[in-house]
Write a protein of this length. Structure first.
Length: 318
């Protein structure tokens, strides 16, 4: 089933729970699916459901736990996965059983999984969403690339969240397109706000630091912000309560805002002068629809962000 033909369908959708980037991009995806008269049910943990209901109060949500382990912030993302591979394998089977049990009692036209390997069933058309058709791994980690490719090919369709040839993800999203693989473009919750920036808004000269990614590396991001921000702009740091509490920060002239109201945060971001953050792919997609100047650096332990940083810095120099 092609992305543009999905209309008037009953859809069960779920998103990976490692960080909030996957959920953030699903907000833009849900907006587009709802515009085509699809009926969406979202499956996720409590934190994800609270965010979804902020944007879509009427969407039905089903409680489903996320992957039940945290990653070692001192190790690369790939090494953390490899270390906990058996827990990952076990949970993939657990979530597949959850889906199959749900389908015994309810019928859906489509299952859409944003990077959840076990969120599929032979009883329903199952679609896997990713921007990483190819993982940025090397050495022994290549074994996980083989497993990754095996798992995603169990789905009926792979939707690659990028567009060709202007692909943001570089070689990560490059695939031999066939009946089972399709580019579906960029998705951001800010797509519908592209032209909403208010020049009379007093917040439009904000210099915002978004504390995303592992807490361990937020001080690195903070130092980059302090050294490179526009001194004429009003500085503001936004993050979870945990991230803010852990940040080594003693500048009393910089306000801190806990990101517990996404809609309020969105208005600040839409009107911001500049935004500092890590090189997350969802942030890259957001940058295509916002007018702020983006200053992104890679998280040191994430090979994907290091790769994205290299290719986009190279593109800017050309």
């Amino acid at each position: 089933m092609n992305f543009n033909t999905v209309q008037n369908k009953k859809i069960l959708l779920s998103s990976l729970n490692w960080g909030m980037g996957h959920l953030a991009r699903c907000i833009g995806l849900i907006n587009e699916l709802l515009e085509r008269k699809n009926k969406i049910t979202f499956a996720g943990n409590t934190q994800q459901i609270n965010v979804i209901h902020t944007y879509f109060p009427d969407i039905r949500c089903i409680k489903m736990e996320g992957y039940p382990f945290d990653f070692d912030e001192n190790k690369s993302f790939a090494k953390s996965i490899w270390k906990k591979k058996w827990a990952l394998f076990q949970f993939v089977n657990t979530e597949q059983k959850f889906v199959n049990n749900l389908l015994k009692h309810e019928q859906f036209d489509l299952l859409i999984s944003d990077h959840r390997y076990g969120f599929r069933s032979s009883k329903c058309i199952s679609i896997f969403i990713t921007h990483q058709y190819n993982l940025p791994l090397n050495g022994f980690q290549f074994l996980f690339s083989i497993i990754h490719r095996y798992w995603i090919k169990q789905f009926d369709k792979i939707w690659i969240m990028d567009q060709f040839p202007e692909n943001l993800a570089g070689k990560l999203s490059q695939a031999n397109l066939n009946d089972n693989t399709e580019y579906i473009g960029w998705h951001s919750r800010f797509k519908k706000n592209k032209n909403e920036r208010n020049p009379n808004n007093t917040s439009n000269h904000l210099s915002i630091l978004l504390l995303s990614g592992p807490d361990l590396h937020h001080n690195l991001l903070y130092e980059y912000f302090i050294q490179n921000r526009d001194e004429t702009a009003i500085p503001l740091i936004i993050g979870s309560q945990k991230a803010i509490d852990k940040l080594t920060h003693n500048n009393t002239q910089i306000d801190m805002l806990v990101a517990d109201d996404w809609l309020k945060i969105d208005q600040l971001i839409i009107n911001a002068h500049e935004i500092f953050s890590f090189f997350g792919y969802s942030t890259l997609m957001d940058s295509q629809y916002l007018r702020a100047n983006f200053h992104l650096i890679p998280c040191p332990t994430q090979l994907e962000q290091i790769y994205l940083s290299k290719i986009h810095c190279k593109m800017r120099k050309q």
